[in-house]
Every structure is written in structure tokens, then in C-alpha cells.
Design a protein around this ligand. Structure first.
Ligand SMILES: Nc1nc2c(c(=O)[nH]1)N[C@H]1C(S)=C(S)[C@@H](COP(=O)(O)O)O[C@H]1N2
Ligand SMILES: [Mo]
Length: 517
């Protein structure tokens, strides 16, 4: 092999590119960790990507990857960075300036992404700049190490052409990799410590002055395969636009109520806790939930009365929208009318007897019974602005989702599972149904398009929660199609027509196919 070839060994060049990218991202992680982890280039670009994603692609991602969509996005970003890194490595052999320029351009893009995030501060440029400089420097060092050793002065000229000093190259490569690993690991550690300090671990919430009554006995049928009436916090669905869970230190947290009000209010976390706390059972549902889907859950929430807080501020008559904003800049538009109509709207600080988990909005979030989460359930809420729908749009309404989004009457079969093979004879069909704030009046099931049969309803504490239902079925051998529909307390029957979640929630009936043996 000639020296020329060695210098240009594409594998060594490509690996150099990858190592430089690793060093760049490691350094950025470390630069971002102590103050603004969300400003790390990957997260900033990923978050900007989420906000810029067109509706069809977002829809596709949620349908295809479900709750893993964020992981898939991050993996896609890492793959894109790796491809750019390999290209820069290959380019660096003959056109080092161009390669460095390429890395700088990527760094500049990440800087723009970081600075354009809602709530960004100028220092958010730092991690991306550190990444660009570190990457370019590592690329330069690795290129030098790939160059052939010049003949030593004073020694007779070697018979063969000069070669790359493989050991020196290996040493440099290991050093760059070590730097990447150590800086990334240190960044993570600092980050972990910061998260732990910000969370509500060890925080004790006061008891409610207005506690929720115990669940009526039998609300939880406790059937194998049926979701429990109260959803444990760790298995509660999570839907939000945040690539990493925002960590909001409760000591610094403030809630500002302003806009079209007579007396703006600002509350600290301690002030929230010192108010009378109410406890309510409310089932939350996401508008993206497909018929029969998993994006719904029930919890017992602890918080202050949101309507009372708004009345204290004095909502002006022209205000029709509560525009709430989270620490990470997400916005939500809730009808004033819904929150003030007497329902149990909360500014919640507790979930199922614990402080809110970080993923569910610590230190505080909104919960409004009867409305889909995107128009009511702002997590990490820091601002409530009274305004008009005609003047300001929220995150999802700007993207075409409905302004008014009451939760649709829905039901799902959870037992038996789709394509289950069950023995012939008496068996139980069971599931959940919800029509929050109206209440579920009846659930009906039919087999193979036969007559609708009433299922037995378990009790529910209030119309704001879901209900479990069950039905005995004498299963005969063969393939069977089970279908369910709910009827809400206003007499409305869950519609049979299938519509997608966009723009105001899916409709249609859930059904499962089973084989009876
Ligand atoms: N800050 C913030 N709050 C948010 C969202 C979000 O993206 N950001 N998503 C909303 C949506 S679409 C739903 S369905 C609920 C889900 O709440 P959960 O994740 O606690 O189940 O949160 C709402 N609150
Ligand atoms: Mo949602």
C-alpha cells in the first residue's frame, strides 16, 4: 500500500469524523448540563423539529411509533449527525477547511435552534458553539495524526514512502473518544443531580380541606386484563411536546394570572399549598387517542380550585379564553366558560397521593374535567393569561386542532384481548367507558352484529370519571366479532361513524375479533 493510500484511508477518515462528532456532543452535554440541559444541540434541534413538524408527519409518527416517537426522533437525529460526521471526516483529508466549515455550519444551525426555543436565554448558544469548536478541533487533531510521519532529519531517507504512524493515530483516537465519554458522562451526572434537586422528592403535601369521598365499592371490578380504576402514576399515559421532561425547581416556580383581569395575581408554590386544597377524581383523555386506544387514565388529583383563583383575579367579561403556558413554552387555550361553569377545574399539585411526578407536570398543572388534555391540562404551568380566542391561538389550535374540544363519549373492550383464543362456554367481556362531565349512562355490547345487549355498569364516583363494565357471554365455537358502544347521560349514543383524532377527537366503535375453541 502506498503512503498516499494510507493518508487517504477512507475508513480512518470516516472514523475520525465520527470521533470528532462524539467529542463535540460530549463537550456540548457538559456545557449544557449545569444550567440549561434543554440547550444541548441534539435536544434543541429535536425540539425545534417537533414544533416544525407538519401535522401529517406528526400523525404518522404517533400512529407508527406511539409513545416511542420521541426515542425514534432522537435516534433519527443521531443517525443524521453520524452521516454528517462521516462526510466531514472523509472531506477533512483533502479539504480540511471545508470540513471544519461544515461542522461550524451544523453548530450554527443548532445555535439558531437553541436560541429560537420559547424561553431561550442568550447563554443557550453556548453548548452548540462549544460543540462546533470542539468538533473542528478534534477533526484537525485526528487529521494530523493520520498524516504520514515525515522522515526524521539526519536519518537517511527511508527506502519506502512515509507511512502513517498507526500507534500515534490510535492513541489520538482513544484520547478523543475518552474525552467524549468523560465529558458526556460528567454532563449526565451533573444533570441527574440537578434533576433530583429540582424534583418534589421528600416534599409533603398538606391534606385536602375538601377530600374526595372514598371510591364507591365495586368501581374497580378487579378483573384480570382490565385496567385498574385508578391508574398508577408510573403507568399513566404521557403525552406532551417536551423531548426531555422539564425540571422546574418548585422554590423558583411562580404562577402568574394576568391579561383581561382586574387584579393580576402571582403565586409561589408555598402560597398554593397554604390555600384550601380540594381532592377530585378526574379521568384525563388525549384527543389523539384512537378508538380503543391507551391515551386515557384516571387519577385522584389534589389542587386548588381554579375557578376561585380566576374569580379572585376578576375575569373581565370580554375574556373568553384562558391561555395557559408551561415552563417550556407550550400553550393551551381553555374556554373561560367551561372553567367557571361550576365543574371541578383544578390547579393540581398532587396525583394519587403523591406530588405530581415530573413527567405529569411538577410542580403544578391544570386539570379541567370533560375537556381533552390539549385544551385543558397544561403541565409545568407558569402562566395563565385571560384573553380572547379571536386574538391569540394556542400551540395545537394554531396547527388546526379544534378550539372547543369536549371529550367524546367512548368505550373500549379490554377483556378478551383482540385475537384471543378462548374456550367455549360462559366467559366475561369487560372494559371501560367514558363521557367525562356528562357521565356514562349505559354500555351495550353486540356479538357478530346481533342485537345490542346492556352490559352491567360498575359504579363511578362522579360523572367526571370513566366507568368499568362487564357482561357474561356464552361463547360458542368459531370466530366472533365483539363490538361495544356507550350511551352518555344526555342520551347521546356513541356514534358508529369512524373519524380520525384530527381535529377534535376520534369517533367510531371499538371491536375485537376472538376465536372460541
Ligand atoms: N406543558 C405541556 N402540557 C401539556 C401538554 C404538552 O405538550 N405540554 N400536552 C397536553 C396533552 S395533549 C395531554 S393529553 C395531557 C396529558 O397529560 P399527561 O401526560 O399527564 O397524561 O397533557 C397536556 N398538557
Ligand atoms: Mo393530548
Amino acid at each position: 500500500m502506498t503512503a498516499e493510500k494510507r493518508v487517504h484511508s477512507p475508513i480512518a477518515a470516516a472514523v475520525s469524523g465520527l470521533l470528532s462528532a462524539a467529542a463535540a456532543l460530549g463537550a456540548a452535554e457538559l456545557a449544557a448540563a449545569p444550567l440549561r440541559p434543554q440547550a444541548s444541540p441534539l435536544l434543541a434541534v429535536g425540539s425545534a423539529f417537533i414544533d416544525l413538524t407538519p401535522e401529517w408527519l406528526k400523525d404518522f409518527a404517533i400512529r407508527t411509533f406511539g409513545a416511542d416517537d420521541k426515542t425514534v426522533l432522537l435516534l433519527g437525529l443521531v443517525a443524521a449527525v453520524a452521516a454528517c460526521a462521516i462526510a466531514a471526516g472523509l472531506l477533512s483529508t483533502r479539504r480540511p477547511r471545508l470540513a471544519a466549515g461544515g461542522l461550524m455550519t451544523l453548530g450554527a444551525l443548532a445555535t439558531v435552534a437553541a436560541l429560537s426555543r420559547p424561553g431561550a436565554v442568550p447563554a443557550d448558544a453556548l453548548p452548540s458553539l462549544v460543540a462546533a469548536v470542539t468538533g473542528a478541533f478534534a477533526l484537525h487533531v485526528l487529521r494530523r495524526a493520520r498524516r504520514p510521519r515525515p522522515p526524521r532529519p539526519g536519518l537517511p531517507a527511508p527506502a519506502e514512502a512515509p507511512r502513517t504512524d498507526r500507534r500515534a493515530l490510535l492513541r489520538t483516537g482513544v484520547a478523543v473518544l475518552g474525552f467524549a465519554a468523560i465529558s458526556a458522562a460528567t454532563g449526565r451526572m451533573v444533570n441527574g443531580a440537578r434533576d433530583a434537586a429540582a424534583g418534589g422528592g421528600g416534599l409533603a403535601l398538606p391534606l385536602p380541606s375538601d377530600p374526595a369521598p372514598p371510591l364507591p365499592s365495586g368501581s374497580d371490578l378487579r378483573l384480570p386484563g382490565l385496567s385498574s380504576f385508578t391508574t398508577p402514576n408510573r403507568s399513566f399515559y404521557r403525552v406532551d411536546t417536551a423531548l426531555v421532561v422539564p425540571r422546574v425547581p418548585y422554590r423558583d416556580w411562580r404562577l402568574r394570572v394576568h391579561g383581561l383581569v382586574d387584579r393580576p395575581v402571582e403565586l409561589t408554590f408555598d402560597q398554593v399549598l397554604s390555600r384550601p386544597l380540594v381532592e377530585r377524581d378526574i379521568t384525563l383523555t388525549c384527543v389523539s387517542n384512537e378508538v380503543g386506544g391507551p391515551y386515557t387514565g384516571h387519577a385522584r388529583w389534589l389542587g386548588i380550585d381554579l375557578a376561585r383563583l380566576l374569580r379572585e383575579a376578576g375575569v373581565r367579561s370580554e375574556a373568553d379564553q384562558i391561555l395557559s403556558r408551561s415552563a417550556d413554552g407550550w400553550t393551551c387555550g381553555t374556554p373561560v366558560e367551561a372553567v367557571l361553569d361550576g365543574r371541578d377545574a383544578l390547579l393540581a399539585v398532587g396525583m394519587n397521593g403523591e406530588v405530581l411526578p415530573a413527567a405529569h407536570g411538577f410542580p403544578a398543572r391544570m386539570i379541567v374535567p370533560g375537556l381533552y388534555g390539549y385544551v385543558s391540562a397544561t403541565k409545568w404551568v407558569t402562566e395563565i393569561k385571560l384573553t380572547r380566542f379571536a386574538d391569540e391561538q394556542a400551540y395545537w389550535t394554531r396547527r388546526g386542532w379544534a378550539e372547543s374540544a369536549p371529550i367524546k363519549t367512548a368505550s373500549r373492550i379490554e377483556v378478551p384481548k383482540p385475537f384471543a383464543r378462548i374456550p367455549a362456554g360462559r366467559t366475561t367481556v369487560a372494559g371501560t367507558a367514558w363521557a367525562q362531565h356528562r357521565g356514562v349512562a349505559a354500555v351495550e355490547v353486540r356479538v357478530d352484529e346481533g342485537p345490542w345487549t346492556r352490559a352491567r355498569l360498575a359504579p363511578s364516583p362522579t360523572p367526571d370519571t370513566w366507568r368499568q363494565w362487564h357482561l357474561d357471554w356464552s361463547a360458542t365455537p368459531g370466530d366472533h366479532h365483539l363490538e361495544v358502544r356507550a350511551i352518555d347521560a344526555t342520551g347521546q349514543v356513541q356514534p358508529s361513524q369512524r373519524t380520525p383524532p384530527f381535529p377534535e377527537g376520534a369517533t367510531g366503535r371499538h371491536s375485537v375479533l376472538v376465536t372460541v375453541l
